[in-house]
Design a protein around this ligand. Sequence first.
Ligand code: DGJ
Length: 729
Amino acid sequence: MIHFDKKNQIFHLSNNKISYVMQIEEGGNLAHIYFGKKITHYSGHYRYPRLDRSFSPNPAGSNDRLFSLDTLMMEFPGNGFGDFREAAYDIQLPNGSHVAHFIYQSHEISQGKPALAGLPQTHGAPQEIETLQIILRDEVAALELVLNYSIFTDTSAIIRSSALKNDGLEPIVIHQLASQSLDFPNRPLDLIQLNGAWAKERQISREPVQTGIKKLDSKRGSSSHQQNPFVILADPATTEFSGECYGVSLLYSGNHETIIEKDPYDQTRLIMGINSYRFAWTVPPQKSFQSPEVVTVYSNQGLNQMSQTYHRFYNSHLIRGQYQLTERPTLINNWEATYFDFDEEKLEQIVDEAKVLGIELFVLDDGWFGARENDLTSLGDWYENKGKLASGLRGFAEKVHQKGLKFGLWLEPEMISEASELYRQHPEWALKVPGRSPALSRSQFVLDFSREDVRKHIFDQLALLFNEVPIDYIKWDMNRNMTDVYSLLLDPTQQGEVFHRYILGLYDFLERLTAAHPTILFEGCSGGGGRFDAGFLYYMPQIWTSDNTDAVARLKIQYGTSLSYPASSMGSHVSAVPNHQTQRITDLAIRGNVAMSGVLGYELDLTTMTDEEKAAIKEQVAFYKKHRQLFQYGTFIRLLSPFVGNDTAWMYVSEDKQEAIVFYFRVLAEASAPLITLKLAGLAADTLYQMGKNKIGGDELMQIGFYIDPALSGDYATQMVHLTAINND
Ligand code: DGJ
């Protein structure tokens, strides 16, 4: 899959779908040539033209006025020695200079993919992966830059990361080391990105890439509600079903940045990695720094194909452990049912109702520990609030098990309340600058997870808890962003490392915790989907998509999330009406259909529901359980976008195309409304499908489509269509 043409100094990475081409240019500069649909044999003809561009310098040691790094398509650009565009790295050398120019030294091609210590990473069997490591050097600075590229046999993706080694005698400081840079020749491109806020995560915005520089980032210490570490560059004509696009997804849960620059010659550069904001990482002599991975997916059949590539790839080659490709349980969570106001009797009633309705897992949310009766106290005191549950936490968990449900528990281990035993004992364990009072958020501080002693203390507390209580599921929450970022154990010159050290500490913790408890299903959460990123999915196969459980708001949130993340990863609950976030009143039908579109759960007080409502829920749960392989792992296809109009639709098709489920959602009713024709996709053209009482060919359903039921009435209406193939044999 990886070929080096020695004569022309060309690297060509390819499988049956894609090609990625680089060339070692004059002076050992590594140039980017092409990334896109597979090229059988690249001739070498697309070398960057020689042209004298005024005010574009020529590389040191050359007076060739026709060659400049300022215009060349670069593979991993630097700045300060001829390229004036945005750079992929910024390194401060012992003499204070920031000039580091890396030239090709050697390379290595190997089978499989070397492990990245301490970071989330994609994985697979060695025989399905090849890896290229290109080693570049700056001889003057005694620095080695390693660019890693892996390609899988059957996936339209290139997985990249970079590492910097200090071969000198004195420490150097990295202010930026991107995971990847990708240059495009002059062509119009659209930027598609996922931004938002709490309860409004991953909203899609699309705009033409304009001349100049655009930066999308998070400085919050987490990947954030506000800007997901995932972007797309697409041809302006690209739709869900046609056209070229490139998805770029960072496997990292902390501060990230994506820089998009369109230069004066209309070439576009996209750089993605850890945020350079306040980043200063000292690398001592003979030590290295490793960047997180980026997964870049190419599609020539629109956004759906790109998303499906991510979904399959992340399900099989990112998510790990017992729950990889495994059907996830339906759950009932008590948060919106009771908030902090619960006792055992109340919870038991909910569990009993859940059992009757066929729900498989009960999750006890916030409020069971320390002296926690509201959100003002006790984070850090991870032991039972004695007396809150009559049988005790363990007794209650056992009771849930006896009733035939699994037992899950909420935790927020990275946090500390001012009003907690832990804070009384260790006020210095919170992130804070000496002499300053740190900012509160939700009345809590952030524990300094860069510190090993802090992590050990929390780990030990959790070990006792997990030892005592039979736990099947953990919801790992994080309810504020980081301020006052300073670690007391580090000296002043190392304070620019704290953001990243925190994430490395967290990853270390999660690695050990998940390894120690392989049977526990972990669901990530950060006030909903504030840390919904590919890095977190490596440790936790599910993430709570949003605190917004309103079915209508969820259409956009889940549609946006699906651009990169699989349905199997999206926690999605039916909640009560009026909805607690929007006050909207919707039918159980639409709430059910939206929640079934991810990993189905319920988050409402089942004890107050009517018999009719309970019967409807029972039916939803049974239907979901019967078809959850399809919902969680089928091919997900977006049909109509909630960002475009009143109508949303998506569908799931089984791998063998024998079955499909389609959901249609209409937000507002309209008098004398136009009819809606829904055309399906992904079916077998030559197969006949049973659709209700009708038998319809796959090609007809895809070419002509069908009318959405004109009798659908009222606001927030929904229709589900179930298709099963009719086999002649
Ligand atoms: C934020 C989460 O997103 C909610 O689901 C809930 O667990 C609360 N935290 C509890 O404090």
